[in-house]
Design a binder for this molecule. Structure first.
Ligand code: LMR
Length: 390
């Protein structure tokens, strides 16, 4: 039977981890997979996570199952973080998931059950969005979102795509810190999108994977907070991977949000049934850590302070990078205004491969860079190597 299978290509983004590791050259630079790195190139465990883990080690008295929903207090605390004041005015029925990817897959399975056939996705996007939705059986309908050469959001094209949508379609929206472009949407943009989606009867699916890495915890959720108040139903997929640095713990949640209780409850019962026939119950540890942090004022304050520091470091690198690159690439002044870990550089695949071969600078062939992969001291050198391409 196994011989009947055909070999699958490696995931292009994840394959970079191995390629970078194997490269023996000193001074190699990893701008690949989206994980935060500090000035020493480490991906630290948050202090508050360590403290929460100590509390859990001493206090946890059972490893028995929690059930399909997962950790109810994690979901409650996480929704407060995401929804803020706006979140208290709607019903948000949550299910804990294995990471943000697990949340997106459950969302896709749910909307298929609910009768949706198509999901509208702006391009470019995180490649696994397309993979997850297509694997679930949704038709992925792409529309332009960003022009890489000019570094501008093609907002009118996005709105036109939503205006042409059919009732029952699903629209994927990045909550903040767009992956891969870093291009921000203003609150006015979100207001326009909410109005169009509402009029067209399109269900928004918001992917919030980098809350706190853009402009701030509240600021990064302001668009989706407006949306949930303006539209009768929405799905919100949340990842705790980056915001709490829990990457390998696979910690996320899917929230079915509704203006009234009954539809959200219905969605939740289906989400749990879908989880049961997939991974059954989610892993506990990461959610227990997040719940512990968000239930303790001192831990929350320390976590927020550390996250603020990460965001400030990224903003500093962005400014230095934008100033350096704008000579050879004038439109890259925009990098300073973009948010989160990523920017998408107007490089050809051949140029990306040349940077890898000649200078051990690693990034996916799309030209996406993980800004957090740069140390301040190496920005000038990296800028010179990019500039030499032109
Ligand atoms: C990324 O975009 O680099 C991250 O979301 C990691 C991943 O799973 O692709």
């Amino acid at each position: 039977m196994f011989n009947a299978l055909s070999r699958q290509p490696d995931d292009a983004l994840l394959a970079l981890i191995g390629l970078y590791k194997q490269d023996p050259r000193p001074g190699k630079v990893d701008l690949g997979v989206g994980v935060y790195r500090d000035e020493e190139g480490r991906t630290p465990v948050f202090r508050a996570v360590k403290a929460a883990e100590r509390l859990l080690l001493d206090g946890q008295d059972s490893k028995s199952y929690l059930g399909l929903e997962g950790d109810a207090l994690y979901l409650e605390r996480l929704w407060s973080l995401v929804g803020g004041e706006a979140g208290t005015k709607v019903t948000a029925a949550g299910v804990q998931t294995p990471g943000g990817s697990g949340a997106l897959r459950l969302a896709a399975d749910l909307v298929l059950r609910g009768g949706s056939k198509r999901v509208l996705v702006g391009q470019p996007t995180w490649p696994n969005h397309v993979g997850i939705f297509a694997a679930a059986g949704l038709e992925v309908v792409s529309h332009p979102f960003f022009d890489t050469a000019s570094q501008t959001v093609l907002f009118d094209r996005m709105v036109a795509a939503f205006e042409a949508a059919q009732p029952g379609d699903v629209a994927l929206l990045h909550g903040s810190c767009h992956n891969p472009t870093g291009a921000p949407l203003s609150l006015d943009h979100w207001k326009t999108l909410a109005a169009v989606l509402e009029t067209r009867g399109v269900l928004p699916l918001v992917d919030l994977a980098y809350q706190g890495f853009g402009r701030g915890l509240d600021e990064d959720a302001e668009g989706l907070r407006h949306l949930i108040g303006a539209i009768p139903e929405a799905l919100v997929a949340v990842s705790s991977s980056k915001s709490f640095g829990l990457y390998r713990e696979r910690t996320g949640a899917i929230f079915a949000v509704s203006a009234t209780q009954a539809p959200a409850d219905l969605a939740k019962s289906n989400l749990m049934a879908l989880a049961r026939t997939s991974y059954s119950m989610p892993p506990d540890h990461g959610a227990a850590v997040v719940r512990t942090i968000l239930s303790d004022a001192a831990l929350t304050a320390d976590w927020t302070a550390e996250l603020d520091g990460m965001r400030a470091r990224i903003a500093g690198i962005r400014r230095k990078l934008a100033a350096g690159l704008s000579g050879a690439f004038p439109t890259l002044t925009a990098v300073a205004e973009q948010e989160g870990m990523f920017s998408l550089l107007p490089l050809t695949e051949a140029e990306v491969l040349r940077l890898r071969a000649d200078h051990a600078i690693y990034m996916p062939t799309s030209g996406r860079i993980n800004i957090a992969g740069l140390k301040t001291a190496e920005v000038d050198d990296v800028v010179a190597k990019f500039a030499a391409l032109r």
